[in-house]
Write a protein of this length. Structure first.
Length: 223
């Protein structure tokens, strides 16, 4: 079952989130952090997929602070629109909204453990959540282009990262720098481009997406 719910951040900002619940008992809470395209059909499908895996899943609408109800596609025009909206949302505000989602799953859904997984912009925010936020068990980030800019920050929880070696947005020298600075992190590199997990993008890579999902699930569940 899935639905849009209302969330309130620590600064009293009210915004929406997409909540997907498992049919049986829950394996734990999972916050899915969006790309630069809003909580669109793809992110909702990601949430539904994780719910079918047994998680209680919540995707906070981080764009609601400046552009409520934004759901973009993946055309060049959509990319430019997403970048423009993203530039107006501060990292601090995005993390407040992620923390509100974590707290919702911890309190309202009574989840004993809450993890965070994010894609693109959300990949960077997942890394920063691991560094700065409380109440999170584990963090997973896919092709977070901004991680290298925060390489000096230290994740406080187990963190897994996924990158593509053909990513035009994230040079391999940045990935290598992250790996060298944080040998304790679980980092995987695939023969793939940026956005390889998204089946609506031209760089979708089914084998890489499948392997990354298997690794993510094993990492989050500890199996």
């Amino acid at each position: 079952m899935s639905q849009m719910i209302s969330l309130t951040a620590g600064d009293n900002h009210q915004f929406q989130g997409y909540l997907a619940s498992p049919t049986g008992s829950s394996k734990g809470g999972l916050v899915v952090v969006q790309e630069i395209f809003g909580v669109n059909s793809h992110i909702q499908s990601v949430c539904d997929r994780f719910a079918r895996q047994g998680f209680t899943v919540l995707a906070p609408a981080l764009f609601d602070r400046v552009s409520p109800n934004t759901e973009l596609g993946y055309s060049p025009e959509d990319i430019q629109s997403g970048l423009a909206i993203r530039s107006k949302v501060s990292t601090e505000d995005a993390l407040r909204d992620i923390h509100a989602a974590v707290n919702y799953l911890d309190d309202e859904s009574d989840e004993s453990t809450v993890s965070v997984i994010g894609y693109c912009w959300g990949g960077t925010l997942s890394y920063l959540s691991a560094c700065r936020l409380s109440g999170i068990s584990k963090a997973v980030g896919y092709y977070g282009g901004g991680i290298n800019e925060h390489i000096q920050e230290q994740p406080q929880i187990p963190t897994q990262l996924h990158f593509g070696d053909q990513d035009g947005s994230i040079p391999m020298k940045h990935v290598d720098a992250i790996m060298n600075a944080h040998p304790e992190l679980d980092i995987h590199v695939y023969q793939a481009g940026h956005g390889f997990n998204c089946d609506l993008r031209k760089d979708y890579n089914a084998p890489a997406a499948k392997l990354a999902l298997e690794r993510s699930l094993a990492f989050i569940t500890g199996t």
